[in-house]
Design a protein around this ligand. Structure first.
Ligand SMILES: [Zn+2]
Ligand SMILES: [Zn+2]
Length: 292
């Protein structure tokens, strides 16, 4: 199997690069950052199939700046509207944040997407297998995230990264991120995989070890969230602030990182709730969490 890795710079500090893969000059995996420049570079590769792993801004460039055919999971398609109509998402998130007594200013950071005002140009077709390439559903980071398996190699998008633990997605209409992510990791353990090619960071040569590390991380974060809830009802932001985030102290985060941290904390709280370990309680009109 012939694998070409295209390295594209993003405007972010982290992740600073995104990798797009071309396999056997036939299949492209992911579509670069949302920019005309990335799409133009990718269009130089004349491939037959293009699979986009998920809807995040550093993966969907081809969708907005190219009129080719792309394959995207139907659960991801609905989120593309965030690039043309972010207000709709801001409104729903703001209401949710308010109900937990969290400052909805953090959600306003999504407004940066308003300036993009992007509408899909590509022809988007629903998920399907492409010849010898197997498309594996690996939800958790987002609801319809997919990875591609070919010849014992897994092209993992943001599902598995070599160093960073992928953020667990939480959307007002997608709350099962943690359970899905753990299930995706267990699913991958059952596949024969020698090498993982992620969309960021390094190639993973010992995938099983990395899968176990990610399972362990998820399990200990769930415990951390549980431990952050004391014997009296605890508010969402106080729980988020007690978590040991890899990028530092919650109270020193900018609004965007607070938004991300609140969402991930909510994903874990939903997971603990589903397991019957914690429950919600409304105190002074604000939803708080308490141990069962
Ligand atoms: Zn992502
Ligand atoms: Zn990414």
């Amino acid at each position: 199997m012939e694998i070409e890795r295209i390295k594209l710079r993003t405007p972010f500090e982290n992740p600073d690069y995104v990798y797009v893969y071309v396999v056997n000059s036939e299949l492209m995996i992911d579509g670069g950052f949302c920019s005309a420049e990335h799409a133009a570079k990718l269009e130089e590769h004349d491939v037959k199939y293009r699979i986009i792993t998920h809807h995040h801004i550093d993966h969907v460039g081809l969708i907005f700046f190219s009129d080719r055919n792309v394959i995207l999971h139907p659960l991801e398609v609905r989120y593309l509207e965030v690039y043309s109509n972010p207000e709709k998402f801001i409104e729903v998130y703001s209401k949710l944040f308010q109900s937990f007594g969290v400052n909805e200013r953090y959600v306003e950071t999504l407004k940066i997407l308003t300036a993009l005002n992007l509408k899909p140009r590509a022809k988007i077709s629903e998920l399907r297998e492409v010849k010898e390439f197997r498309v594996i559903e690996t939800p958790g980071h987002t609801s319809g995230h997919v990875s591609v398996l070919a010849d014992n190699c897994l092209f993992s998008g943001d599902f598995m990264l070599s160093n960073t633990t992928p953020n667990i997605g939480f959307y007002p209409d997608y709350t099962s991120g943690v359970a899905d992510y753990l299930q995706s990791l267990h699913k991958v353990l059952e596949l024969e995989i020698d090498t993982v090619y992620p969309a960021h960071e390094r190639v993973i040569r010992n995938p099983q070890k990395r899968v176990y590390e990610l399972i362990e991380h998820c399990t200990s974060r769930a415990k951390e969230v549980y431990d952050a809830i004391r014997d009296k009802p605890t508010m969402l932001e106080d729980i988020a602030a007690k978590i040991n985030w890899s990028i530092g102290n919650y109270w020193e985060f900018d609004d965007f990182n607070r938004f991300m941290a609140i969402c991930e904390t909510l994903a874990f709280l939903h997971y603990l709730e589903e397991q019957g370990k914690i429950r919600r309680e409304v105190v002074d009109g604000v939803v708080s969490f308490t141990l069962c």
